[in-house]
Design a protein around this ligand. Structure first.
Ligand SMILES: Nc1ncnc2c1ncn2[C@@H]1O[C@H](COP(=O)(O)OP(=O)(O)OP(=O)(O)O)[C@@H](O)[C@H]1O
Length: 584
């Protein structure tokens, strides 16, 4: 994802307000508590001045001392309560952002996922959202409460001595100009640091997703270098951000020291000329001292905001990726439904604008019920047919109809609820065997589960496993064999009781016994359901009711095995070489 997208979106503060809006009352409560904390602190110099006056006039100081003690205790209690409320609210803002972002990512269009790095998307949900925590408390509240305390302090200082206030404001204005130069640097560095965290996430996902291959290829040192480079880049940019943040913090600190010394010098001169008394000077110096906290708070808020707005830009970038419309879950399966009919009419499709067409006018019809096999050389566009039926992508032109109705007119969840899809690489998700089987139909009863386990010959495996169906299968099902993974994927699709079963046959071979059993199962299913299979085995094509021969994105022939062997030279060649080679 490019950095340029961030420029076209709404400003970061508006996005932040969007996340904060649901928690505005809690945030306001926390801010009020912080303000009250500030106010109790602000009253202390005034009471101190009274105390000094009482001392100079030989009056009792008990009242002033008691008031000061009460203020100190109130300050501590209100401060703790305020910080808890704010922190809790900030966590709620993070939660809201994580929820909306993760829901959105699940709805992403497959084309958008093709263009993204999953590891980078993960970093946006985990790492970038975390940065919103600080931006909510430190920035929003810091800017609000710090700003208000600052204004209140300045007003009070004006009452105490306007001349000394002028001196103080002069120094602060100078520091403000320097800060204006520093702050944009923090934003840039923070953005680059977060981008580097995203790159690191992507590299980690790449390596951990294929660790066996990486090890078998002896590629650890190179992959290690890529990971280290990304970590180093994140460090470099974070250090750059830290450098500018430190410069900002110290500029504010230095300004206050200068203000303190200047006030002391100018104030001392004013005391010497009797323009003000010593109590006023002490009170003013205490105000300068108290000014430090809100100023540091406002500067901290501004610097923190830069980091937060960089993270917000990355979150927003993910939220701008094309997604499918949000829709409620559909009950699956729809009981008592009939097999589906399907047709492609002159479908042209390419995966992206800058890629060549994969389908150049594909046309075929599949009646309800029975088995249709798709065959053709590698890259002919067979799997793409399935991706278009599932509406992972939409065709560039032409029409695909499901039960005579344009796919584009189907509500996506309803369409997908009618289809069972077994991908070629039979993905199995981390979790238990049961979780995997029920993924497509969590409401399937034990009876259906037992039947499907039997037809896919998984019952033997389940009875062998110590925890049976509750056995954990590991990341991507690594604890299962390739053949077992395939059978789990088929069982999962069958449990959905689909109206249309899409089976992308694995090129790797199942053992003969399991293959024969699965063939029987698929033939059985085809008696009540429409089955489409991308076939890599002769045994599959010979039992198909019709075969669609695809070549270079076109349908070149349709017929039965017997018809095609004589009528289509490509099919004859495939049957003689590719299929026979895997027929066993
Ligand atoms: N997500 C994608 N993005 C870009 N190009 C893709 C994508 N998926 C597939 N392709 C390209 O589209 C073409 C057709 O791919 P497809 O998977 O449909 O072929 P196939 O006939 O199923 O091949 P095989 O028999 O090897 O599985 C190939 O050239 C492939 O490189």
């Amino acid at each position: 994802m490019s950095n340029t997208a961030e420029e076209s979106g709404p400003p970061a503060w508006r996005l932040l307000l969007g996340y904060v809006r649901p928690h505005r009352w809690a945030l306001l409560g926390g801010a009020v508590l912080s303000l009250m904390t500030g106010a109790t602190g602000l009253m202390l110099p005034l009471v101190a001045r009274d105390l000094i006056d009482d001392l100079s006039d030989d009056r009792a100081i008990t009242g002033a001392l008691l008031l000061m003690s009460a203020l100190v205790v109130a300050n501590a209690v209100l401060g703790a309560l305020g910080s808890y409320v704010l922190r809790r609210t900030a966590e709620s803002v993070v939660l809201g952002a994580r929820r909306s972002l993760s829901s959105y990512l699940l709805r992403l269009r497959i084309a958008a996922v093709d263009r993204s790095e999953p590891g980078d998307l993960m970093a946006r949900v985990t790492s970038d959202t975390t940065l919103l925590r600080e931006v909510t408390t430190d920035s929003l509240v810091g800017l609000g409460t710090g700003g208000l305390t600052l204004v209140a302090t300045v007003v009070l200082m004006g009452f105490v001595d306007p001349v000394l206030l002028g001196v103080t404001l002069g120094v602060i204005a100078l520091a403000g100009t320097v800060l204006g130069v520093i702050v944009p640097h923090i934003n840039r560095a923070s953005r680059q640091a977060q981008d580097a965290v995203g790159v690191m996430g992507a590299s980690l996902e790449r390596v951990l997703g294929a660790l066996r291959t990486v090890k078998a290829s002896g590629a650890e040192p190179r992959e290690e270098r890529t990971l280290h480079d990304a970590a180093q880049e994140s460090w470099r940019q974070s250090v750059r951000a830290a450098k500018w943040s430190a410069a900002a913090g110290n500029t504010a600190g230095l300004a206050m020291q200068i203000a303190f010394i200047t006030v002391l010098a100018v104030g001392g001169a004013r005391v010497a000329t009797d323009a003000i008394d010593i109590g006023t000077l002490v009170a003013f110096l205490l105000f300068v001292f108290y000014l430090m906290a809100p100023i540091q708070q406002v500067v901290g808020a501004l610097t923190q905001y830069q980091t937060g707005s960089a993270a917000l830009a990355r979150i927003q970038e993910a939220l701008r990726l094309p997604a499918e419309p949000a829709a409620g879950p559909v009950r699956s399966p729809e009981t008592g439904t009939t097999p589906a009919a399907l047709a492609f009419d002159d479908v042209r499709f390419r995966y992206a604008e800058d890629l060549p067409y994969v389908h150049h006018g594909v046309t075929f019809t599949v009646p309800a019920q029975g088995m249709t096999a798709f065959v053709g050389p590698s890259g002919a566009g067979k799997t793409t047919v399935f991706s278009l039926i599932e509406r992972f992508y939409d065709p560039g032109s032409g029409v695909i109809t499901f039960d005579g109705r344009d796919l584009a007119d189907w509500e996506l969840p309803r369409l997908r609820a009618s289809i069972g899809y077994v991908e070629q690489d039979a993905p199995v998700l981390s979790g238990s065997l049961r979780d995997n089987l029920l993924l497509g139909n969590p409401e399937a009863d034990e009876g259906a589960l037992t039947r499907v386990l039997k037809t896919t010959r998984l019952d033997g495996l389940v009875s062998r496993l110590p925890d049976g169906l509750d056995t954990l299968v590991g990341h991507r099902g690594t604890k299962l064999s390739g053949g077992e993974r395939q059978r789990v994927a088929i069982a999962r699709a069958l449990l959905r009781r689909p109206r249309l079963l899409l089976l992308d046959e694995a090129t790797s071979q199942l053992d003969a016994v399991n293959e024969a059993a699965l063939r029987e199962t698929v033939a059985d299913v085809a008696r009540t359901t429409t089955v489409l299979v991308v076939a890599h085995r002769l045994s599959t094509v010979t039992m198909a009711d019709r075969i669609v021969v695809m070549d270079a994105g076109r349908v070149r022939a349709v017929g039965t095995h017997r018809e095609l062997v004589t009528a289509d030279p490509l099919y004859a060649e495939l049957a003689a070489t590719q299929f026979l080679a895997t027929a066993g």
